[in-house]
Design a protein around this ligand. Sequence first.
Ligand code: FNR
Length: 340
Amino acid sequence: MTVKLFEPITFKSVTLPNRIVMAPMCMFSVEQEDGQVTPFHITHYETRAVGQVGLVMLEATAILPEGRIKTTDLGIWHDTHINGLKTINARIHAHQVKSAIQLAHAGRKARTGSACYAPSQLAASDSEPTPVEMTIADIQKVIDAFKEGAIRAKAADFDIIELHAAHGYLINQFLSPLANKRIDHYGGSRENRYRFLKEIIAAVKTVWQGPIFVRISADEYDAEGNSMDDFIYFSTEMKQQGIDLIDVSTGGIAQHAKIDVFPGYQTKHAEIIKHQANIATGAVGLITEGIQAEEILKNERADLIFIGRALLKNPYWAKEAADQLEYELTAPQQYIRGWQ
Ligand code: FNR
């Protein structure tokens, strides 16, 4: 019996040793409000590489200081951020594991002590601040900042870039009719709502030749929001632009969304997009068992398995999954070797 969870997979020139991805998870652990990597980040990410996930994806990392969710977010808006990120990558690569960074801007969900920006003057919820509506110059500044972030990601030795277009953050705000009420060519039709992401992808591709993933929220849990048909349209556009994988999450954009959370609750979204848009997908959300991950892969419902909280609880989740699937994991060799 072959075990698909531990089969390598290649995106452009990057081969992941297996299909397990550490999902991006904000650690809010920057100490000086300067976006800089701390010893905690290095240990945290290296530990999951020792634990043999195939790809370690760093948390949402701000491409502009005003795009931070909190002032304790990691940053990539300045060249001084490169060295710290490079250190993390050296520690990940030492274990033959690949690395990715999730480039992000929080838009109206940014809480940095100053104004927040969004496609329209609509707050994320009744209790949150009203954002400033972005001008065309503001939009161009963010597109340029994603590009600059990609240049720095390359200098810091990341293998893969993921663009954060999910969970109600800035790109998601442009995609969604719930947050985007613009009357210029960035709002209105779905073609127009996609334009911001389209221009970000095009800008990043001028400086980055490696694989690009995009995380989307493929269910807005609101009848007025984007439909699955819209997400298939966006994903088809992304495929045409050369995006390598859609990382399929849900939620975060609608204020009163009711989400029924159960094991693998977002896998069906990954499956639909994989088959309807004909693009590789990642499944995420309450996938906690090796056997559950294997079912998703073997039934061709997704191509990668993103693990979040289960990896916070257990950095050696891959070993446990291997044991469950009766797969012999031969790394890290230090843990395999006998005591003599
Ligand atoms: C997250 N999640 C998340 N998602 C994302 O796209 N960027 C991020 O920075 C974060 N940050 C974050 C922090 C923490 C502490 C948690 C628990 C989650 C969501 C995460 O990537 C994942 O999609 C969800 O946690 C669902 O997967 P699990 O945890 O059920 O495997």
